[in-house]
Design a protein around this ligand. Structure first.
Ligand SMILES: [Zn+2]
Length: 316
């Protein structure tokens, strides 16, 4: 951590990343330098989840303001950015089904009520915020067109082209994790209601799903397990992993031919195995697209589970 004296402690920014199990907060100084983090457990709510979750997030920030060693107080907070797991348009969350957030709710208004009208507030879809985080913090202007694929328990995809986040008319652009890629009759049901979405066959759960379905078993519990066995030379695990990453490379080939990004970043738990994963993805991508030599670079994302809150403050 940088020395306190080199920090800009006159004002602060807070980034908030809302996940299904925890809400992560990143604290940044007046120059957007990361200084601290904390988290709270995401409570599952039956009713009015949106209202309860927003109140809980704001209360957690207030509590932090009452007790921290950097001099962060409510009046010194210049901006708060939120990353939410659902479609967001014009700073408004439309819904976030994984946390039972069912209707539009004005986070900006609620935040200004508690932190004053001058506080700057931005709201993003979490995959998009993570892409912004890597774009600004890790790549630092080296590339203008990027795509981040977060292969966690869920799969999140954020696309930035020529420096601009691709959101679409209702915040769904880039949500290729819900593109149907498995057309078999027994394709698995996805959280979105469809069957055979990319998310059901790749990422933390999906890789295990492919293994279990392929060998008619239920022994694979998560992707890490399958990947570890594949790496150790287990042929069955390798075949399942290749099939899963083949689905993923199909979606990457679509992104490549529509947007031609310079670089694809792979994040989430699956990315822990580094080039073992990216080499397989690249091999399958090259099987699918012959017409161009301008393949994107495929690298491992750096910010891990902090990408969301980095991105949430990046445009404040
Ligand atoms: Zn789906």
């Amino acid at each position: 951590m940088s020395k306190k004296s080199s920090l800009n402690l006159r004002k602060f920014y807070i980034g908030v990343d809302v996940g299904g199990t925890s809400i992560k907060f990143g604290v940044f100084d007046g120059s957007k330098k990361f200084i601290d983090k904390f988290s709270v457990v995401t409570q599952f709510r039956e009713k009015n989840a949106e209202k309860a979750i927003v109140a809980e997030m704001l209360a957690a920030i207030e509590n932090y303001c009452d007790n921290n060693k950097y001099g962060v107080t409510k009046s010194k907070i210049a901006g708060i950015g939120f990353a939410i797991p659902g479609p967001v348009v014009n700073n408004q969350v439309l819904r976030a089904v994984n946390i039972n957030w069912k209707k539009k709710y004005d986070i900006v208004k609620e935040t200004k009520k508690r932190f004053g009208s001058k506080v700057n507030v931005k709201v993003y879809n979490d995959a998009n915020a993570a892409a912004l985080g890597e774009y600004k913090e890790t790549l630092k202007g080296k590339y203008k067109s990027i795509c981040l694929m977060t292969l966690g328990t869920a799969v999140g995809i954020g696309i930035i082209i020529n420096g601009k986040l691709i959101e679409g008319k209702s915040g769904v652009a880039g949500e290729l994790s819900h593109l149907k890629v498995d057309f078999s009759e027994d394709a698995l049901k996805c959280n979105c209601g469809n069957t055979g979405c990319l998310e059901t066959v790749t990422g933390g759960r999906g890789i295990a799903n492919v293994y279990n379905k392929m060998y008619n078993t239920n022994i694979a519990h998560d992707a890490q397990e399958v990947i570890r066995h594949a790496k150790e030379g287990d042929e069955k695990a390798l075949v399942a992993l290749e099939k899963s990453l083949d689905y993923l490379s199909m979606v990457i080939s679509i992104i490549m031919l529509v947007y031609e990004p310079e670089i694809i970043l792979i994040g989430g738990g699956v990315s822990n195995e580094g080039t073992f994963i990216t080499d397989i993805i690249m091999k399958h991508l090259k099987e699918k697209v012959y017409i161009t030599n301008t393949f994107p670079k495929i690298i491992i994302a750096k910010l891990k589970n902090q990408a969301g809150f980095y991105g949430a403050v990046s445009e404040l």
